[in-house]
Design a protein around this ligand. Structure first.
Ligand code: NDP
Length: 479
C-alpha cells in the first residue's frame, strides 16, 4: 500500500488496493486524501473474517466488551475537535457540527459499553409444573452495516457500538463520499483491543461492496441508513434470502407553527431544523406548516434570520452553513427549486449558487412560500438547505397536512397550547415528535426511527437496539 493510501480493515489488518481522492466540498482543489475502492472480493474477505471471529466473540466476557467500547468512546470524545475538523472538511458540515457529531459518536460507544452489563433475561414458571422457562437474548452473527454520507461518524457509531456490545461481528461499508471519517473511526476501533475479524471495514461503491454484503448468505442481518430507493432494494434482496433487515430512510418532516406560538421559538426551530447541517438530515424540517394568523409575521422573521446566516467554508469558524456535499446533490437541490416555482410556489429568498474564496458547492439557503402539500417539493425528500412554507387555516388542517405524506420520521409543533401540543403528540404519524423544538436533534439513549416509508424493522438506539442485534432463545429445564 502506498504511504498515503488509506486501506480497508479486514481480519485485523489494513489492506490496500486501487485508490481515489476523497473530495472536499468546501475546496475542490484540496482533496482530503487517497482512499481505496474495493469490490465484491474485499467484501467477501471481510465477511469471511467476521464469520471466523464470531464463535469466540459471541462468548466473550462482558467486561472485555465494556472496556473496548469504553476505550473507543473515550478516544472519540478526546479527539472530537481534530476528527470533527476532518469530518467537516470531508462532508461539509460546519466545524461546530462536525465536532459535535464526533463527540456524540463517542457517547454512543460509552452508552453501549454500559449496556453490555444490562443484558438481562427473564425466568418464568412453565405451565407444566416442575419446569422452569428461561428467556434470553443471544448475538445474531455477522452484521452488515451500510451507511450514508450525511452523518459519516455518528450513524456508523450508533450501529457498530450495539452490534459489538451484543456480541456480533461487523462488516461495515461507509458511503463512498466519506471514507476519511469512516477510516478514522475504523483506525480507533482497530486499536481498541478487539480480536481480529470482529470488526471489518470495506471501502467502495454500494453497487459492488454494499450489494455483496446484502447478498451474502454469511451475513445474518443488514442495517442500512440512506435513501428510500436503495433501502427498498436492500430489503427486497435481503428478505429474499431471509436475512434480518433494519432500514432508516428519508423524511419529509413537518414543523407546524400555530397562531399562539412564541415567534422566536418557532423561527429558531425552523432555522435549525431546515437549514443546519445544510439541510442534509433525514430529520430536517422541509415542510413548515403555518396557520394563517401568524403566517406573514413568521415568514418575515424567518427570512430575516435565514438571510443573516453565514454560508462558507466548513473549516471557517464563522461559517454557520457549509457547502452542499457534492455536485449531484447541488444539482438536485437547484432542480427542486425550479420544480417548486413551476408548480406555483414562490421563491421568497435564496437558492443562488454562491462564490467563496475556495471553489466549492455553496448555495444560499432557500425559502419557498405559497406552497401546497401536493407539490413535489412537499412530497419528495430534497435533502438540501430548502424549506417550503404551507399556509393552513387552523390546527386541524395543520395536523391533516402534516400527516399527509409517504414519510413518518419526525414531526414538530410550536405552540403555547397544552391542548394542541398533547393532541399533536398523540396524533402525529411519526416515529419521533417534538414540541417547541426543532424536528432534528435526538438523544442517544432512547429509540430513534420512523413510520411509513421512513423506516422498516426494529428501532435503533437506546436499549431498543437489542431487538435488531440479538435473537431470542427460550429454554425449558425440568427440575
Ligand atoms: P444511497 O441510499 O444510495 O446510499 C446510502 C448507502 O447505501 C451508501 O453507503 C451507498 O453506497 C449504499 N448503496 C448504494 N447502492 C447500494 C446497493 N445496491 N446495495 C447496497 N448498498 C448500496 O444514498 P445517496 O448517498 O446516493 O443519496 C441519495 C439521496 O438519498 C439523497 O439525495 C437523499 O435524498 C437521500 N439520503 C437520505 C439519507 C437519510 O439519512 N435518510 C442519507 C443520505 C441520503 P455508495 O454511496 O458508496 O455508493
Amino acid at each position: 500500500m502506498g504511504q498515503d493510501v488509506h486501506g480497508h480493515f479486514i481480519g485485523g489488518a489494513w489492506v490496500g488496493g486501487q485508490a481515489t481522492p476523497d473530495a472536499n466540498p468546501s475546496d475542490l482543489e484540496n482533496p482530503v486524501g487517497l482512499y481505496v475502492q474495493g469490490g465484491a472480493a474485499e467484501a467477501e474477505a471481510g465477511i469471511a473474517a467476521a464469520q471466523a471471529a464470531f464463535p469466540a466473540w459471541s462468548l466473550s466476557g462482558l467486561e472485555q466488551r465494556l472496556d473496548i467500547l469504553d476505550r473507543i468512546g473515550a478516544e472519540l470524545i478526546a479527539r472530537k475537535a481534530e476528527l470533527g475538523a476532518l469530518l467537516a472538511r470531508e462532508e461539509g458540515k460546519t466545524l461546530a457540527e462536525g465536532t459535535g457529531e464526533v463527540g456524540r459518536s463517542g457517547q454512543f460507544f460509552r452508552y453501549y459499553a454500559a449496556e453490555t452489563l444490562r443484558q438481562m433475561g427473564e425466568v418464568a414458571d412453565s405451565v407444566r409444573p416442575g419446569i422452569e422457562v428461561q428467556v434470553r437474548r443471544e448475538p445474531l452473527g455477522v452484521i452488515g452495516i451500510i451507511t450514508p454520507w450525511n452523518f459519516p461518524t455518528a450513524i456508523p457509531a450508533w450501529k457498530i457500538a450495539p452490534a459489538l456490545a451484543y456480541g456480533n461481528c461487523v462488516v461495515f461499508k461507509p458511503a463512498e463520499l466519506v471514507p476519511a471519517s469512516a477510516w478514522a473511526l475504523a483506525e480507533i476501533i482497530g486499536r481498541s483491543g478487539l480480536p481480529a475479524g470482529v470488526f471489518n471495514m470495506i471501502l467502495g461503491p454500494g453497487r459492488d461492496v454494499g450489494q455483496a454484503i446484502v447478498d451474502s448468505p454469511q451475513v445474518d442481518a443488514v442495517t442500512f441508513t440512506g435513501s428510500v430507493e436503495t433501502g427498498r432494494r436492500i430489503a427486497r434482496d435481503a428478505v429474499a434470502r431471509m436475512a434480518k433487515v433494519q432500514l432508516e430512510m428519508g423524511g419529509k418532516n413537518p414543523l407546524v407553527v400555530l397562531d399562539d406560538a412564541d415567534l422566536d421559538t418557532a423561527v429558531s426551530a425552523a432555522v435549525n431544523g431546515a437549514y443546519f447541517a445544510t439541510g442534509q438530515r433525514c430529520t430536517a424540517s422541509s415542510r413548515l406548516i403555518v396557520t394563517e394568523g401568524i403566517h406573514d409575521r413568521f415568514v418575515e422573521a424567518l427570512k430575516a434570520r435565514v438571510g443573516a446566516l453565514k454560508v462558507g467554508n466548513a473549516l471557517d469558524p464563522e461559517s454557520q452553513i457549509g457547502p452542499v456535499v457534492d455536485q449531484n446533490q447541488l444539482d438536485q437541490n437547484l432542480s427542486y427549486l425550479d420544480i417548486g416555482v413551476k408548480e406555483g410556489a414562490r421563491l421568497a429568498m435564496g437558492g443562488e449558487r454562491l462564490k467563496r474564496q475556495t471553489r466549492g458547492y455553496f448555495m444560499a439557503p432557500a425559502l419557498l412560500t405559497e406552497a401546497h402539500n401536493q407539490m413535489r417539493i412537499a412530497r419528495e425528500e430534497i435533502f438540501g438547505p430548502i424549506a417550503a412554507v404551507i399556509r393552513v387555516k387552523d390546527y386541524d388542517e395543520a395536523l391533516a397536512v402534516a400527516n399527509d405524506t409517504d414519510f413518518g420520521l419526525t414531526a414538530g409543533i410550536v405552540t403555547t397550547s397544552l391542548k394542541y401540543a398533547s393532541h399533536f403528540r398523540r396524533h402525529a404519524q411519526a416515529g419521533c415528535v417534538m414540541v417547541n423544538l426543532p424536528t432534528a436533534g435526538t438523544d442517544y439513549h432512547v429509540p430513534f426511527g420512523g413510520r411509513k416509508a421512513s423506516s422498516y424493522g426494529p428501532r435503533e438506539q437506546g436499549s431498543t437496539a437489542r431487538e435488531f442485534y440479538t435473537v431470542v432463545k427460550t429454554s425449558y429445564v425440568a427440575a
